[in-house]
Design a protein around this ligand. Sequence first.
Ligand code: AVJ
Length: 319
Amino acid sequence: MSQFVLSRTLPSDATAAALRADVAEGLTRSPKELPPKWFYDARGSALFDEITLLPEYYPTRAEREILRARAAAIAAATGARTLVELGSGSSEKTRHLIRALPLLDHYVPVDVSESALSGAAATLLGEHPELRVHALVADFQYGLALPDTPGPRLLAFLGGTIGNLLPAERAEFLAGLRAGMAPGDALLLGTDLVKDERVLVAAYDDARGVTAAFNKNVLAVVNRELGADFDPADFAHVALWDAHHEWIEMRLRARRAVLAKIPALDLAVHFAAGEEVRTEVSAKFRREGVRSELAAAGLELRRWWTDDAGRFALSLSVP
Ligand code: AVJ
């Protein structure tokens, strides 16, 4: 009997339509903007994996430290039979959790990347042959139709990815999650924390230029998918700390005036020299802010764990 099922909540051409809409809208408005989800084609995902190994990029290591140290405490607090992981990617950090949850028999990884889902499922099933894996190809930002697996459920949203949503998007996203949760379910949320500006900026502007390549990869995605003629060399990588919003912004700044054609949209886009397109917001949090955002969505903060250096937090909240 097969232990692996994969389903899509979106038709396979929905991703292409969403990219077209985001590029058409984002590059014709002022200031220009592209959503960060378009970084993650095969090359972008590989570059992100490389980022997680950089000395400057601490969040992945800090979160793994917490998961290792607290897996048993998380397990004791939940009794989950189903683990739902949003934006699961390679599911690398999840293994600590799966190993620690004694009652767990179902794993539901949710990701926009079908290749990441099948790869991760194969690895996990190798380690846990008894686990039932129901992978879901979905964009978690737009509502989830979760498979009917046994409760209680632990929903995990790790990596600090919630910080890539703007505050209003986070509120909508958390309320949507809450609406799908039953008594006994819990949310495990990873959030990067506010810290010294130099540490934050270095994490998004590393010395080897891997993050710069990751940032410019969005232009390669637009070129390939929409036939555009962006030259990534025309743009400079920018990472800056917005102290008012307490978020990092990544931008691409035109080194000269650029006129790019985007044939699939029947569009030509002009950048003045020095003009920027915002490609990512990565919000950093404080405990009180996380508590109040959860509370506004009807979730009560129960546990808060950080790494020893206090750089990153995992929180557990319940309906
Ligand atoms: C892991 C998706 C949360 O905002 O830190 C890494 C991705 N961007 N370097 C983050 C990212 C630039 C990222 N997330």
